[in-house]
Design a protein around this ligand. Structure first.
Ligand code: SMG
Ligand code: MG
Length: 372
């Protein structure tokens, strides 16, 4: 596949409500979209880097810079999305930027041959169960109202963001109000240390599906120690940036569940490798979310349809975050999202909706002198 050029497009997407985690509050998403143009098709990728490097070291401006200066210029004259990772590998890190480019290339390639992401990745389901991630609130009554609303919409699993000072009480309140059958889990975004083990053990009585990323992202050894002290299964998010990290975490006993986010791990191919590895080791996986628009959501939903995804993902409906998405919205039906079946991701931005939220566009033409 020959690439004519790559467009970096920034969009500003207001969130319906602020989303608070242990590391900050999101009110708007400043999102970088990558569009590749080939002779036959175009392809889209959504970069999941946030505006500030708080969830991870990447941020949207840095991702745009590394794409423009290093990753796009490193593309060979003839690109195959399945092997482009090797051309990007000399540049250390920047997995979210790499994922966006690889996804756009994969989308273009699949569109050109009329194959869907789901079929390509190995999806075995036509729809995937949806969970919803609930931010830190100002009060427990407010939290209960919000959770009640999501349960009313049909979400099959609730994830509560926790932080020191907002953990045992909100979890207890949600359990008491909505009962033992509610599928419930928590996400700490690395807000605790091993010294908090006794506090975290208090969550064991609530029958949670899992506790996500309780400790620092670079501390697999302490996660293994913590996991031995809890009955709640430990799930890793930030710590797992590659299949190699997943292998290390599994062999150390640092987790028994993995949240797979394609952006965090460098793309859908690495995400599938992590799925395969976890499946072989009997480790459950589920698909995470980064408040994606329909572009990123479509590919995530396809991934979540692979056989090892045994828990509901943060694959919520578009309306969870956005009043107006840039694609046809993903809607919850019986607590599930349908896996798109059209070529590539199966969704495309609606030009007028996309233009209305675009804040900048940059075209990078690919020149390959003497057919490099
Ligand atoms: O897409 O529904 C979503 C977001 C899910 O909680 C979510 N993501 O650590 O898993 C996580 C967070 C990262 C982003 S928080 C701003
Ligand atoms: Mg998380």
């Amino acid at each position: 596949m020959k690439i004519e050029g790559v467009e970096l497009r920034r969009i500003a997407m207001p969130l319906k409500a602020p989303f608070r985690t242990s590391f900050g509050v999101e009110t708007d998403r400043d999102i970088l979209l990558v569009r590749v143009e080939t002779g036959d098709a175009e392809g889209w990728g959504e970069c999941v880097a946030m505006s500030e490097p708080r969830y991870s070291s990447e941020h949207v401006e840095g991702a745009a810079d590394v794409l423009r200066r290093f990753l796009v210029p490193a593309l060979p004259a003839e690109v195959d999305a399945n092997t482009v990772g090797a051309s990007l590998a000399p540049f250390v890190g920047h997995r979210m930027a790499k994922a966006a480019l690889e996804t756009a290339l994969l989308d273009a390639q699949l569109r050109a041959r009329g194959e869907s992401f789901g079929a390509f990745l190995g999806a075995v389901r036509e729809r995937v169960p949806s969970g919803v991630s609930v931010g830190i609130m100002d009060s427990v009554p407010e939290l209960l109202d919000v959770v009640e609303g999501f349960i009313g919409e049909g979400y099959l699993r609730i994830k509560l963001k926790i932080a020191p000072g907002w953990d045992v009480e909100p979890v207890r309140a949600v359990r008491e109000r909505f009962g033992a059958e509610l599928q419930l889990q928590v996400d700490a975004n690395a807000a605790y240390t091993l010294a908090d083990a006794a506090r975290l053990r208090r969550l064991d009585e609530f029958g949670l599906l899992l506790i996500e990323q309780p400790l620092a992202d670079d501390d697999l050894v302490q996660h293994a120690r913590l996991a031995r002290q809890l009955t709640t299964p430990v799930c890793l998010d930030e710590s797992i940036e590659s299949a190699a990290h997943a292998a290390a975490a599994i062999s150390l006993g640092a987790c028994s569940v993995v949240n797979i986010k394609p952006g965090r791990v460098g793309g859908y191919l690495e995400a599938r490798r992590i799925h395969d590895l976890c499946r072989a080791h009997g480790v459950a996986v589920w698909c995470g979310g980064m408040l994606e628009t329909g572009i990123g959501r479509a590919a995530n939903v396809a991934l979540a349809a692979l056989p090892g995804f045994s828990l509901p993902g943060d694959t919520s409906a578009s309306s969870r975050y956005y009043a107006n998405d840039i694609t046809a919205p993903f809607e919850l039906v019986d607590g599930h999202l349908e896996v798109p079946t059209g070529p590539g991701t199966g969704v495309s931005p609606v030009p007028e909706l996309l233009d209305a939220v675009t804040t900048s566009r940059e075209w990078i033409a690919l020149r390959h002198p003497l057919g490099r």
